[in-house]
Design a protein around this ligand. Structure first.
Ligand SMILES: [Zn+2]
Length: 477
């Protein structure tokens, strides 16, 4: 008879944190989340401005002053609007603001690929489904909810809090963060940036095992491979077929991974997460930290795509385009190779490595300049910024609050292996940290994929977490 009682008590205690949210707050957060998911914000057909306007309306209705809420739309790009809102801090404050960053745009999603309509907000089996539920309308909805709650309560933070919800993080040629920094710097200028697009809480069977803070990022680069050939009639094949040459070169690339490399952040990361791994993995993780590292351990750890991406620069073929007719020899074969480059290496260095790995002078390697969508012979020479550790100002309150919600998980500094908009804010001199602390099961990441989803309880827990974290960050001492 004692066991069930004990169990219930424990469950109640552990659920206590999110149980503090009122039904009204949950409803508000859910309504905002639903509204954002149902506004298509893809680059192709979506309208980021519509999402920004929906948020603007809520903020104005809640009493934010007109001059503190801005929807900023680049000239000639009517669907690429960005929202910036400021919650004023104490008047006497000498502290520079904190910028909270989220993107409103989402990756393309095809109805036929999905079980549900990706632009319909569906609650099913304890999950919210829809494009952007993980990346990253969840965080956007949580932030908007938090700003509305602060306003409603009349909470005055110790310094200004700025929230920017932006366009074209996932691609497109109107990146909102880049544009805001160039055109409206004063509106988004801050002491540091907390970006919800990186970091995150990892759970294993529902139990939190780490609270990640992204403290450095890989650099993103696309390369275009091209083979050309005079072509001809397909009834008379020649040995220098452009498609075969390209395919063979890509095969060599696949067989030639970039070298193993650790930095101060990934060193700490593997040291910390080893505690939650199987004995085999844990031993391997310790072995890769040795000097010299253990080669077999590197090979085994790298067989997990997630860890592989932390230990190596990766380059992978993501698109192919070749030929012009079924009955003609191809005159052109092209592939896009997408690279995620470790900090400290430049895109041009990687371009030259690609040329060596592809090992065919007939295959040219150009750099795809995302801003202008042109292909250049030479890639940028500037390497990704060297990692900087999170400051105690960011970490201490995070530790406190994380500890009460996810006891024992511990803060783990991490490297973002995708690239987020932090690359722009970091380049603008604002230290930027990924704090997307929304709990996701370690093997259930579906961002950019089909049937993207997030656990319902994780979402509400994040509403609770960010309310507490932002208060802890900005309480007047
Ligand atoms: Zn994202």
């Amino acid at each position: 008879m004692h066991w069930p009682w004990l169990l219930t008590a424990t469950l109640l205690l552990s659920a206590g944190a999110s149980a503090q949210l009122s039904d009204a707050t949950k409803q508000l957060a859910r309504d905002i989340f639903r509204e954002l998911i149902q506004i298509n914000t893809t680059d192709s057909m979506g309208d980021n401005t519509a999402a920004a306007r929906a948020v603007e309306k809520r903020l104005l209705t809640a009493g934010f002053a007109r001059e503190d809420v801005k929807v900023l739309v680049p000239e000639g790009r009517p669907t690429k609007g960005n929202l910036v809102v400021r919650l004023h801090g104490a008047e006497e404050s000498q502290l520079k603001p904190i910028l909270l960053l989220g993107h409103l745009d989402v990756v393309e999603a095809k109805r036929e690929d999905w079980t549900t309509n990706p632009f319909e907000f569906v609650e099913k089996g304890g999950y919210f489904y829809g494009r952007g539920t993980e990346d990253m309308k969840d965080f956007d909805a949580v932030m908007i909810t938090t700003f509305l709650r602060f306003k409603q309560e009349g909470y005055t933070p110790s310094r200004d809090l700025i929230l920017a919800l932006t366009s074209d993080e996932e691609g497109g040629t109107a990146n909102g963060v880049d544009w805001l920094l160039k055109n409206h710097r004063a509106l988004v200028d801050a002491a540091f940036v907390l970006n919800g697009d990186a970091g995150g809480v990892t759970t294993d069977n529902g139990k939190a095992i780490d609270v990640g803070v992204a403290a450095t990022e890989k650099l993103y680069a696309d390369f275009q491979l091209t083979v050309t050939n005079p072509g001809g009639h397909s009834s008379r094949p020649t040995p220098d077929n452009a498609i075969y040459r390209l395919a063979e070169a890509l095969g060599r690339l696949a067989d030639s991974p970039f070298p193993f490399e650790l930095n101060p952040i990934t060193r700490v990361y593997f040291g910390k997460i080893a505690a939650h791994e199987s004995p085999r993995n844990a031993a391997d993780m310790k072995a890769i930290l040795l000097n010299p590292p253990h080669a077999e351990a590197i090979r085994r750890i790298s067989s997990d795509p997630r860890y592989n991406s932390l230990l190596h620069t990766t380059c992978v073929a993501t698109r192919l385009n070749a030929g012009h007719a079924n009955n003609a020899l191809p005159q052109t074969a092209q592939a896009v190779v997408n690279c995620r480059i470790l900090p400290g290496h430049s895109p041009e260095e990687i371009r030259q490595s690609l040329v060596k790995k592809l090992a065919d002078p007939k295959v040219t390697v150009g750099y795809v300049d995302g801003a202008t969508n042109t292909v250049l012979d030479h890639a940028p020479d500037k390497p990704g910024l060297a990692p900087s550790a999170p400051t105690p100002e960011v970490l201490k309150p995070l530790e406190q609050v994380a500890d009460s919600l996810w006891p024992g998980a511990g803060i783990v500094p991490d490297m973002e292996t995708g690239a987020s908009d932090s690359k722009y804010t970091m380049a603008a001199g604002m230290p930027s940290f990924g704090v997307g602390e929304i709990a996701i099961e370690r093997n259930d990441h579906r961002l950019h994929g089909k049937d993207e989803r997030i656990r319902v309880d994780s979402f509400y827990q994040a509403v609770d977490f960010f309310d507490r974290y932002l208060r802890a960050l900005t309480s007047v001492h």
